[in-house]
Design a protein around this ligand. Sequence first.
Ligand SMILES: [Zn+2]
Length: 289
Amino acid sequence: MKVKFWGTRGSIPVPGRSTLIYGGNTPSIQVTSPDDDQIFLDAGSGLREAGIEFMKHPSSNELHLFMSHFHWDHVLGLPFFIPFYDESFHIHVYGMAHDQNNIEGVVDSLISPPLFPITKSEFKAKVTYNNISPDSTYEIGNVKIKTFQVNHQCCTLAYKIEEKNRSFVYVTDNEIKYSRLDLNSLENDIAEHNVKMIEFCRGADYLVHDTTYTLNDYSQKVGWGHSNNVSAAILATLAEVKNLVLFHYDPEYDDEKIESLLNDTNSLLKRLSGNVNCLASKDGIELEF
Ligand SMILES: [Zn+2]
């Protein structure tokens, strides 16, 4: 399985000199299975470049785009994904819509005047919209994609992608639950309040998790739907994942701050169990496992 990160930033793209190392695009990840199934996770601003690169050597005409949810940072790149404008593609879009909306209706509202100059009627590809649910499994070839509803504004999904004995879990926007922000009791507290989430992540080769904030910055943003690196490290340890991947950084964080977020998380993981490796996602990196 190959996983390429095209966008790793939360909330808003932040191009510029202070983000040259980690990048400034908002969430978009491309997963390529050993059979060349093409699965894209989220349509943040990184999806634009993903589409351009993919079109240089298109290895499949069937593309699968799974949306975690429809906040701006996760949809910005959708109308700039050039395979939508090529009739040789069949693109399957998956997501969980709010209330009575279906996801085709959500995409309609995203791509239409006055918010956008064209509508999705300009798409040349065949596009199939799939309303999906939490606690479900979807199959694409030999790949299984499992869903879990996370603690973010309704309706946000985490995805677990499994192929043979490999697994990759994507949890972009999730506020890890606890009852008191007290470092002495946080491990037990998180274990108690995130039982299903921990089981969903258990044993993953890679867990990409929302680490928007440091613990200190998080204390000013409690209830905003995002996590800090300390809670993510505890969750990763409890779930016995092999690798924790930091993701969805606060737009105020420059490269230096992300570097220190990584160092702090590594130190904490060593104290917790020493069995979880940690890396900080950055635009353009690729994992292969
Ligand atoms: Zn987000």
